[in-house]
Every structure is written in structure tokens, then in C-alpha cells.
Design a protein. Structure first.
Lengths: 453, 320
């Protein structure tokens, strides 16, 4: 078979390129320039472990890891790496040039409360690089969900690479409140959280101590809220582990996610429980297009010992544009008067088929819109009174006739936009199945979130 | 499940029903009314009422829970079970009862709070050891100090406490109560105990049984034998099984077993389940709802398929 001249020249170039990548390369010295406030030994400690490699390809791959580490510090506007001929024969010098960002950052955006899967709005002021090792002090205030009646304030100190590369330490004080005028009570939590992170290996370990208060403000308060009112002190340790191979967090086309969050409360304090949440996602592209089918499963379980009982502050809630479309926020589950009581056991399965919309130009680049059709199935209950499948499994009852008696189902279609602010959704939802007491939100529903699901 | 009456109060100690005289008074009234009730274990929080005060009654049934906050509301609610706290009293006696209630709650009880909370020795050796017993150490320490701070704020704005007339006022109150009771009466109004009897019993029994190291108010009460006899009479008649008994049963009930107290959350979940199981939508409405669901699914799936086919992302090829 004869080959064309173009194919011959491209294969020649490829082989030359491959020869270059395989050529031996020995690193001589490392120079880092452009820093003013950052500690040079800290920068060296991040880059030097990445100066290995037997050939050109491996050196480039390792240096890209170093560049990524420096960019993740969020203290540099730009990080550039140059390879230059060394004064020592047969060696190559590495020159890293950085350009530092300003000390103070102000931000308005979205945030996601991982434990509650609710997204809210936040304003944040960050003081960067306090002591020269990329530490930061962050003051943040925001809402939980788009509801202004629920908010929080945080003062956080964060130190990256605290225990070696790719680790971190964080400590923060927080105050959360829940004070809607149309609700019957206030919830206030003041706490301290310290975290040690090993995200590449063991996950994130945290300790939380929180002083919480529930106080009744209206005569319409339910008896459950009244019984659970008062002060409590929660002392708990948490562990969070995540493996995320999705190509895009907000609008993934391909990849998987596994997130496990465990909390043990009862190291002192008068709150005692084990709380576990599991989330897994799978995204499969359709042929070679940007269309994809995604499925997100969530499961949560709250176990309290016999002489203790769970409260509205610790139970799970379902409902809203981020957890169960077609229902109001916290609209799924038992209600007493107008107070959502939450559940101790829940699961949801959210499935979505999405395809990109042919919108070109600036709008297409900013919003990257997709159309999607989705379905959600789920349930929430207390462990003792559960009729759901999972509740029956835990209580060892499996009457098949009651298997799906309290399962909720909603479907819908809508538009998804992947923006800097987050994942925006405008959906038309329809609730196929619900139970008495659920607060549904059929029709148009807006949502903003930080992640698919 | 039959209706349960559950009382939320400050927990008992020293062999008395509650460290809070108002809560003891309500328990006494429930026994006067011969009502079956149970006491929720542990210390209830005043935050459970919008007025920030105890006691609280919850009437739990299969249909709904009714919550009655505060002593006054609970006294009114007792009329629904056939007990009138003012029954048989003339209008003048009712007015007198209300005046004495103010005397006890707004004067005598403040002296008690002064002794128990503001006197360091009494607070450290007695009061702080029994308040919030069911809470763990850091919570117990903080809550007792918070409670003391709130009481101190309240007492600091009371004029006669500011002027140092504490025990003078207490003496006057006890003198008035003793004179009104007299030497031969069993109760304040005839042979049937009423609200005033419960209030006086609750206040005095707390003083008599609290082992405060410096209890000047207790010493003053001991000087009134008719009040002591009155308290002892009620204790023997209505608390024959002990004043710290957690559940009170009807006299004819042969068994001491009652259903355990269900938390309000469990009751609410059970009611949700029962409502869902029992209520079924009527056929025409159910049929219309199913038809809407079916039409929506068909319309959504059809429009999505049309969009896929008219767009360039999916092509369907039929193999030859």
C-alpha cells in the first residue's frame, strides 16, 4: 500500500517527538522567582519532590504536578516553568516564575453544605498568605439554601500542606441560625471545628464541638419541636472520604463519584448518635457526543442509642431543587403542623439524561446550556416506624406488600446551565407519587447547586 | 393508643416532685383532679414555650398532640377533664385566690430563688448539684450558671430585694397565709383542695425539703405549725407512694403497667403513617390524577425524542 507525502512527514515528526520525549534529562538546580511574601523554603518543599524523572516525558509530567500544587495554593496569579541549559554540562536547570495575587479577596457566590446537600449564597472575605506558607484567614457569611431565614457565619484559619504535601489543617468558628418568620421556632448553633485533611489517601478527619439551642417563638409550634427545645452540646468526630473522577463537577459527562461521610457524636456532650451519608454517581457519555446519562444515589442513616433521641438539628431532610425536585425545601417527610420533622433514614436515586443545546456565541460560552429529562425516586422515614425498604431491612421486616408504600417519585424536564456561579437549573417538575403531608412544588422550579445531583 | 397526659417540668430531687414549686403545684392539682399522668424524665427546658416558662402539659393521642404551656393555661385545661380549680368558690374567694397566687409567685418564690441561687454557699453545695442532673458535665455546668445569671438579672431589678427587705417580705407572706389557713382548717376553702392549696403546698414543700446550708426561709416556715400540718396532710393524702413517683395512676387501675412515654416525634411519624394508610382518594379524583401523570410522561418523553431526532446528536440507522 502506498502512503501519501503528508502521512510520511507527520509520522516522521511523531517519531522525532517521541525520540525527544524519550531522551535522557538530568535536573541540575531549581530557581524560583517572583515571590515577595511567600516563604521560599515552603515553595521548594512543594516543587523539589517533583524534580524526578528518567526522561523528558517523565520530567514534564512531574513538573506539571508541581505547577498544579502551586496553583491550588490560590496565592499566585500565574505559575510558569522553564527548562534552561545549565552551566554544568549534561544538566538542565528548572526555573519557576510565580506572580502573587493580592492579599485580600472578596467573593460573592454559591456554596454547598455537603452534609445537607443544600446550596446557598455566600459572601466571603479572604486574607491570603498570612505567614508566607499560603495560610489563609477567611470570614464568610451566607444562607443555607436560597432561604434568607437560614444563615451562617464562619471565621476560618486554613493551612495547606500542613503534614506534608497534599494535606491540610483547618480550624473555624461558626454560627448558624434558622429563624424564619413563618416558622415556629429558632435554631442557633455556635461551634468550633478542627480538620486534618489527607484528601489523596485517608480523607478528612474533623472534630466538632457545638453549643446548640432550639427555642419556641410561636404558639403554633408543634409538640415535637417543644419537646426537643432547649440547649444541647454536641461533641463529635467526623470522617469524610471522596473519590471523584468526574470531568466536570457541575455538569459531568463522564466519570464516577464516591463520597462517604461518617459522624460519631457522644465524646462528651449530651448528644449521642452515629450518622452516615453515602453518595455515589455514575456518568456515561452517549456515543462520542456531549450528551450523557447520569445517575446519583444518596443514602443516609442516623442511629441513636436507646436512652437518647434524635432532634430536628440532626435528622435528615429531603425536598427542594437540590435533593428532591418537585417538592418544597424540606417538603418530604413527616410534618407536624407547619414544622418539618426530618427523618432518620433516607435514600434518593436521581437519574438524568442530558444533551447540550445548540446555543452559539457568548451566551453559549457563558451558560453552556443543556436540556435534561430526569426522574427521582426516594423515601425518608424514622428507623422505628419506617415502612420503606431500607427501614424494613434494618428492622428485619420485609412484608412485600408494603415494599413501596411510602416511596415518592417525581419526574421532569428542564434546562441546565453550567456557570461560574454554579449549576443553574430551571425545571418543570411533576410529582407522580407522594404521601399525605408532603409539600410538593409541581410546576416550574429554580435551583442552584455546586454539584450534579 | 389511649390519650396520655405527659408533664414536662424541672426534675425532682430531695424526695419532692420538682425543684420548681409551680411544677409541684401542677402535679398536686393533677392528683386533686385524680388524673392519670406521666412525667417526662429529665429537666425540660423553658425554651419549649414562647413565654419561656414551665410547667408544660402534653396530651398525646392518636389524632393529634395538644400542648398546654404554663401553669395558668394548664389550670384552665383541667376543666376539660372535669376538675375546676376554682370550683365552689365565691367571686370574692376567687379574687382572693388570685391575690394569694401573686403573693406566693411574685414574693415568696423570689425569696426562695434568692436563697437558692444568689447565696454562694447554697448554690454551690445544694442547688447546682440537682439542676440538670440528666445532662452531661459541660452542659450541666453551663446551664446552671446561665440559669443563675438570668435569676440574678431578674432579682436585681426587684425594688424590695434591692432595699434588703427580703426576709421581712417573706415573714409577711407566711404570716398572711398562716392567718388565712387558720388552726383547724384542712384546706384553705372548705374540705376540698383547690388551686391555692396546690400553690402553697408546692412552695412550702420545696423549702422544707431542700437541704440548703443556710435556709433562713425554712427556719421561718417552721415557726408556723398549721402550715406544716397542712403540707403533711396533703402529702399523706395525695402522695402516699412518695412525692418523687414518676407516674400517677388511677386508683382503680390494678396494674402498674402503662404504655411507655412516646416521644412527640415518634407520635408524629405514627400519625403520618396512619393518615396515609387510612385515607384513600376517591376514584374519580384518583383516575384523573393518574390520567394527568400518564399524559405528562407521554408528552415529556415524546418531546425529548423529537428533540433528539431533529438535532444532530443522535442518528438512527436501520441496517440492511
Amino acid at each position: 500500500m502506498s502512503s501519501s507525502p503528508f502521512e510520511d512527514s507527520s509520522s516522521t515528526e511523531e517519531s522525532k517527538l517521541e525520540e525527544l520525549f524519550q531522551s535522557k534529562l538530568k535536573i541540575g538546580s531549581l530557581k524560583i522567582r517572583g515571590y515577595r511574601r511567600t516563604n521560599p523554603s515552603f515553595l521548594h518543599s512543594l516543587v523539589v519532590p517533583c524534580l524526578g524523572g528518567e526522561n523528558f516525558r517523565e520530567v514534564i509530567e512531574n513538573l506539571s504536578i508541581a505547577v498544579e500544587r502551586l496553583r491550588e495554593l490560590d496565592i499566585f496569579k500565574g505559575v510558569d516553568v522553564f527548562l534552561d541549559e545549565s552551566s554544568v554540562p549534561d544538566q538542565t536547570d528548572v526555573l519557576v516564575t510565580v506572580s502573587e495575587k493580592g492579599r485580600l479577596q472578596l467573593r460573592l457566590g454559591t456554596t454547598v453544605e455537603r452534609e445537607g446537600f443544600e446550596t446557598g449564597l455566600e459572601t466571603c472575605a479572604t486574607l491570603r498568605n498570612i505567614f508566607g506558607k499560603a495560610e489563609r484567614l477567611r470570614l464568610e457569611a451566607g444562607t443555607e439554601g436560597t432561604d434568607l431565614g437560614r444563615g451562617y457565619g464562619i471565621a476560618e484559619f486554613y493551612k495547606p500542606h500542613a503534614f506534608g504535601c497534599d494535606t491540610f489543617f483547618s480550624a473555624y468558628l461558626n454560627r448558624q441560625y434558622f429563624n424564619e418568620k413563618q416558622r415556629s421556632h429558632n435554631e442557633v448553633s455556635r461551634g468550633f471545628v478542627a480538620s486534618f485533611g489527607f484528601p489523596q489517601s485517608w480523607g478528612i478527619f474533623s472534630y466538632e464541638g457545638a453549643w446548640r439551642e432550639i427555642s419556641v417563638t410561636e404558639p403554633s409550634a408543634s409538640s415535637t419541636i417543644r419537646e426537643e427545645a432547649g440547649f444541647s452540646f454536641k461533641s463529635s468526630i467526623k470522617h469524610s472520604y471522596e473519590i471523584d473522577s468526574r470531568d466536570n463537577i457541575q455538569a459531568p459527562i463522564e466519570g464516577k463519584l464516591l463520597n462517604i461521610h461518617t459522624e460519631l457524636a457522644g465524646l462528651g456532650g449530651n448528644v449521642r448518635y452515629i450518622r452516615q451519608q453515602l453518595e455515589s454517581q455514575l456518568h456515561i457519555p452517549i456515543a462520542d457526543t456531549e450528551a450523557s446519562w447520569g445517575i446519583a444515589c444518596r443514602l443516609g442513616y442516623l442511629y441513636t442509642p436507646k436512652s437518647y433521641s434524635s432532634t430536628v438539628l440532626d435528622r435528615f431532610y429531603l425536598g427542594g431543587p437540590n435533593s428532591f425536585r418537585g417538592f418544597q425545601t424540606r417538603g418530604v417527610g413527616p410534618y407536624e403542623k407547619d414544622d418539618p420533622l426530618g427523618g432518620e433514614l433516607f435514600y434518593t436515586i436521581f437519574s438524568s439524561l442530558s444533551i447540550p443545546l445548540p446555543v452559539k456565541g457568548v451566551l453559549g460560552n457563558i451558560f453552556r446550556p443543556k436540556a435534561h429529562i430526569f426522574a427521582t425516586i426516594g423515601d425518608i422515614s424514622s428507623v422505628k416506624e419506617s415502612q420503606s425498604l431500607l427501614g424494613q431491612v434494618f428492622t428485619r421486616q420485609l412484608p412485600w406488600k408494603n415494599l413501596f408504600e411510602t416511596t415518592r417519585i417525581s419526574i421532569g424536564l428542564g434546562i441546565v446551565a453550567d456557570t461560574q456561579l454554579g449549576r443553574l437549573e430551571v425545571n418543570y417538575c411533576h410529582v407522580l407519587r407522594r404521601t399525605q403531608g408532603d409539600r410538593i412544588h409541581s410546576g416550574i422550579q429554580f435551583g442552584i447547586s455546586k454539584s450534579f445531583g | 393508643m389511649s390519650a396520655q397526659i405527659i408533664l414536662y417540668q424541672d426534675s425532682g430531687a430531695w424526695g419532692i416532685p420538682s425543684t420548681c414549686p409551680k411544677c409541684t403545684a401542677l402535679q398536686t392539682l393533677l392528683r386533686f383532679a385524680d388524673v392519670t399522668y406521666a412525667v417526662s424524665p429529665g429537666d425540660a427546658s423553658p425554651s419549649m414555650t414562647e413565654q419561656n416558662e414551665l410547667p408544660v402539659l402534653r396530651v398525646a393521642s392518636d389524632k393529634e398532640d395538644v400542648v398546654v404551656p404554663g401553669l395558668e393555661s394548664c389550670v384552665e385545661a383541667l376543666s376539660s377533664v372535669g376538675y375546676d380549680a376554682y370550683g365552689g368558690l365565691t367571686p370574692a374567694q376567687i379574687a382572693e385566690t388570685k391575690a394569694f397566687s401573686c403573693l406566693i409567685l411574685d414574693r415568696l418564690d423570689l425569696v426562695r430563688q434568692y436563697e437558692w441561687y444568689l447565696a454562694d454557699n447554697n448554690f454551690n453545695r445544694c442547688t447546682s448539684k440537682v439542676r440538670y442532673q440528666s445532662a452531661s458535665l459541660p452542659v450541666r455546668y453551663v446551664l446552671t450558671r446561665l440559669e443563675r445569671h438570668e435569676i440574678r438579672k431578674r432579682l436585681n431589678v426587684t425594688p424590695w430585694i434591692q432595699r434588703g427587705q427580703i426576709y421581712q417580705v417573706a415573714k409577711e407572706c407566711l404570716e398572711v397565709l398562716s392567718t388565712r389557713l387558720g388552726e383547724r382548717r384542712k384546706y384553705f376553702y372548705g374540705d376540698t383542695p383547690r388551686l391555692l392549696d396546690a400553690l402553697v403546698f408546692g412552695e412550702i414543700v420545696a423549702q422544707l425539703y431542700a437541704p440548703v446550708p443556710h435556709g433562713r426561709l425554712r427556719q421561718m416556715i417552721l415557726e408556723y405549725p398549721n402550715l406544716l400540718k397542712f403540707v403533711e396532710n396533703i402529702r399523706q393524702t395525695y402522695f402516699s407512694n412518695g412525692m418523687d413517683e414518676m407516674q400517677h395512676f388511677e386508683k382503680n387501675n390494678q396494674s402498674n403497667q402503662t404504655s411507655p412515654i412516646r416521644t412527640a416525634y415518634e407520635a408524629a411519624v405514627q400519625r403520618t403513617k396512619q393518615v396515609f394508610s387510612s385515607k384513600k382518594e376517591t376514584s374519580p379524583i384518583e383516575e384523573a390524577r393518574k390520567a394527568r401523570n400518564r399524559n405528562f410522561i407521554i408528552a415529556a418523553a415524546t418531546s425529548f425524542l423529537i428533540f433528539l431526532l431533529l438535532g444532530n446528536d443522535v442518528e438512527v440507522q436501520v441496517s440492511e
